[in-house]
Structure formats: C-alpha cells, structure tokens
Design a binder for this molecule. Structure first.
Ligand SMILES: Nc1ncnc2c1ncn2[C@@H]1O[C@H](COP(=O)(O)OP(=O)(O)O)[C@@H](O)[C@H]1O
Ligand SMILES: [Mg+2]
Length: 490
C-alpha cells in the first residue's frame, strides 16, 4: 500500500491522457499553499501531472522552482508512458530508455533551456525516478557528511564539520513522504500516522531516521548520516591536527598492550571514526568481535566477526540488543571485543568482561569530558538493573578502564582529541583520573578559527610498565618530560 494511502490521503491522480498538453511555463507568481497543506493527509500529490504544474512559494529563486516543477512534470509524463511502473533500478539500459522518453517529453514541454539546464533537468528526472529525488545530489557529494530535511523547504547539510542551509527544495510535504517511502520500502520498513518514526540503513551503509506528522509538527523530517566510504586513517587525524604524532604513537601502544579503552564524545564528534582508527591498531593475529547497532566499523584485519543488533519484528518480538550480543560474544572466544557504542545496561556486561580476562576491549560512549564519561558509565551500569552499590560500580570501572580518550567537535567545526586520560584507580569513594595529553585553547583567529595546542601534561601513566612489557619503550619526551641536558633557557 502506498504511503499516501496509509496516511489516509488520496491516490495520485491518474496519468493524463495523450496527447500531452504543452508545458505551460510555470506561473511567475507562485501560489501559496493552503495552511493545512503541510499535513500529509491533506497535501496535494507530490507531482500532479497538470499542464501548468505549480510549486508553493518557498522563497527560492524562480529558476530553481521552475526546474523542480518542470522535472516533476516530466517525471509524471515519463511514468505514465512507462505504465506507471514506479520502481526503476539504475542501469545503463534504464538510463538509455529514460533518455529517449525524456527527449520526447522535453519537446512536448516546449521549454527553452540552455544545454546545461537540460542536462540538469535530466539529472533531476533520473534522481526522481531512480534515486532519492532532490537530495540525491547531496548524497552523491562526498564532501557532505550529513543531510537533514526539515520539511520540504529547509534542507541543511553538514559539510567540512559545518552546518549549512542548501537551496535544495522538495515540492511539498507529500514529495518528502514519497522519498521517505522510497527509502524504507525496499527494507521492509514502514512509517505511518500510527507509528510515525523509523530508523533504517541505505544499501551503502548510510543511517536514516525519518519522523513524520503528527509527531513532526512542521513537516516530514529526514536525517541521513552518510556512510563515509573512505574512513579516516590515523595519518589523516594527525595531518588534520586532531591529534599529534606522539599521541598517535601512545594510543597505538595502549591498544597493542591490551588496555581497555573508552572513546568519549558528543554526537558527530568523531567517536566512531576514532574507534575505527584505534581498532585498526589491534595486531593481525588476534580474533576480533565487533558489536554495533549499525555496522560502521571498517577493520583492516582478516580475523573479524561482525555482529549487529536487530530491531523487533512487526509483532514486537525478536529484538536483539547490544547487550544480548555482548553476552553472546563472550562465548565466541574473542581476543578483542569492540562495541560500537555503549548506551545502556550492556556497560555492566562489558565491564565484567574486561575484568575477567577479556582485556583489550574498546568502546565509545556519549560524554563531554573524561569525568563525565565516568558518571555516564555509572548510570549506564545501573541501567542493567542489578542494584549494585555505587562503590562497587566505581570499583568495576576503575579496575576495568585503562584510558578515556575524549573526542570533541569544537565550535568552529574542528574535531580534536581533547584529552587522553588515565583511569588510575580508587581513592576512597572516588575514581582517580590523570590527564596524560590535553588540548589547550589559546584564543580565536580573526576568521573565527579556534587557536589551540595539544600538549602532554608531563605526567607518565602508571601503566607504563605494561607498555614496556609489550615492547613499547616510549621516550619520556612523548609525555613532555624535560630531558636533562636538553633544557633550554635558564
Ligand atoms: N578528526 C576528524 N577530523 C575531521 N573529520 C572527522 C574527524 N573525525 C570524524 N570526522 C567526520 O565527522 C563525521 C562524524 O564522525 P563520526 O565518527 O561518525 O562521529 P560520532 O561517532 O561521534 O557520531 C564523519 O563525517 C567523519 O568523517
Ligand atoms: Mg558514532
């Protein structure tokens, strides 16, 4: 059943009878939509095959609006000529077929576009018929990492760490719904008024969340976190200044020496990217089990078993959570367990595993400072429902975790490792933390770039003997210790 039907709306009007009327040029004075048109059940079909198609007044330049309505007009004609066969898969044959149909329809339209505009129009038509409509161009752009559709007329992207409003638009809310349906239907998922939100993953690994009215008040909202095909490597992070070469060397030593490591950070700060980099330091001959909500990690090692959680079936049964997978993974003879993100009770199972021989495990969690990461671990451990005293939880954390690596996205969009902090143990009721590396903020350049420096604190970690036992004799200078005889100045 179409999404429109499920939402209680009418089916799109039947295809127009031939001969096709000439495409009247789009009205120069745009027609404002009736106020209730934003509601999907009341909205007009996305692409009414009228002779003079109109899009609402969205404040966009008339050229872009004309192109959009013209493309939708062409799409309707082409679809009608294909017998309303909606599902087209991209292939050279389909493109050839569409090129022929497009040429015919474009002639009927009688539009006078430049060569470049005709090409753009054809791309828009192809994206509408075989891709994800207006946002396809944003998904194709490798410099864009996130696409956010806030209703039909407000589409933001994240590009190079910065949010930016684009001039891309949908025709109306129904058009957005059509694309959401196109995304989730092949995955056997659905969204409707009864359950108006859905999480899904595109075939290329990108993560999608859609939420529609009535819960999304201002129109159907779509958030796509693009899967980066080329995950950043350690050299990239050093080159970008996200960490220093010394920090990279130190982190490699910690991973190889089987310290348990937590990467903390906010949403989009680069946690998964860093976890991926750290996991790639695991020696080749160790068996790795990865556990994720949606598989993002790309490990270079051969001996990797990848596990992914699973949402419930339509009847509500059959959900497999991260926690189930963590418990299961311990029966798989892992030498390393890498958990994409701890969000709840699985934290207790992970800590117990770390404390009972499964050392060298890695995970991420949502926190803004290393101290905050400890508090978060406490809360998440409590979510396991075991009713453990706080002191016991803290002891578990203190004895399990070796270091906390804090990843942050600064206000100017730079992503940095802002702390590498050792978890030293307990003193009374408190967990003792010691920063080994730290970001020092110095000011702001006239262009608004944050000027900062990553520095060792001068303190060597207490676990240095463990690193040495694994063959890492890190020079004291890595930690900022002054070497006698090399001290400059008086
Ligand atoms: N150190 C970095 N420098 C520049 N870009 C980064 C860095 N780390 C991550 N990114 C980019 O930031 C985006 C979000 O990263 P991700 O690791 O998925 O964040 P999180 O897991 O914290 O939500 C991705 O597009 C990624 O390529
Ligand atoms: Mg992540």
């Amino acid at each position: 059943m179409s999404l429109l039907k499920r939402l209680g709306g009418g089916a799109p009007p039947p295809p127009p009878s031939e001969p096709a009327p000439k495409a009247a040029p789009p009205a120069p004075t745009p027609v404002a939509p009736p106020p209730q048109a934003a509601h999907p059940a009341n909205a007009a079909p996305a692409s009414a095959p009228a002779a003079s198609p109109k899009v609402e007044d969205t404040g966009q330049p008339i050229d872009q609006k004309r192109m959009l309505e013209l493309s939708l007009w062409c799409v309707d004609r082409i679809q009608a000529s294909l017998g309303n066969q909606n599902e087209l898969t991209r292939s050279p044959e389909t493109e050839k077929l569409l090129q022929e149909r497009f040429a015919r329809v474009y002639q009927q339209a009688g539009a006078h576009l430049s060569g470049d505009q005709v090409k753009q129009l054809f791309t828009m038509v192809c994206d509408e018929l075989m891709g994800f409509g207006p946002i396809q161009q944003l998904l194709n752009d490798d410099s864009i990492s996130e696409v956010m559709v806030n209703g039909p007329y407000m589409i933001y992207v994240e590009q190079k760490g910065k949010l930016r409003l684009t001039d891309v638009r949908f025709a109306n809310d129904e058009h957005v719904l059509k694309i959401i349906d196109r995304i989730i239907r092949p995955l056997g998922r659905r969204v409707d008024r009864k359950w108006p939100m859905v999480d899904a993953r595109l075939p290329d690994g990108s993560r999608v969340n859609a939420i529609i009215p009535p819960c999304a008040i201002d129109g159907s909202t779509l958030t796509i976190r693009k899967f980066s095909k080329n995950k950043l490597k350690i050299d990239d992070l050093v080159r970008f200044g996200s960490m220093t070469a010394e920090m990279a060397e130190f982190l490699r030593a910690c991973v190889v020496s089987r310290l348990n490591i937590v990467v903390a950070g906010g949403t989009g700060s680069g946690k998964t990217t860093l976890l991926n980099v750290l996991s790639n330091f695991i020696p080749d001959d160790e068996r790795i089990v990865t556990i994720e909500d949606s598989a993002e990690l790309q490990l270079g090692q051969d001996h990797v078993v990848r596990l992914e959680s699973k949402p419930a079936e339509i009847d509500g049964s059959g959900r497999v959570q991260i926690r189930d997978l963590v418990i299961n993974s311990l029966r798989m003879r892992p030498e390393r367990v890498v958990i994409g993100e701890c969000r709840g009770g699985e934290t207790l199972d992970m800590l117990q595993a770390m404390n009972t021989g499964h050392d060298g495990s890695l995970t991420t969690l949502h926190a803004n400072t290393p101290r905050d990461a400890l508090a978060r671990m406490e809360t998440m451990t409590m979510m396991a429902g075991m009713d453990l005293p706080l002191k016991v939880i803290r002891e578990q954390i203190a004895s399990a975790i070796g270091i906390i690596v804090q990843q942050s996205r600064l206000d100017d969009g730079q992503r940095k490792v802002t702390y590498i902090t050792e978890v030293q143990g307990m003193e009374g009721e408190l967990v003792v933390l010691q920063d080994i590396f730290k970001l020092e903020i110095k000011g702001k350049s006239p262009e608004g770039k944050i000027i900062c420096e990553l520095k060792p604190t001068g303190v060597r970690p207490k676990f240095t003997p463990k690193l040495e036992a694994h063959g890492f004799k890190l020079p004291p200078s890595i930690f900022g210790a002054e070497i006698p005889g090399q001290k400059r100045g008086w």
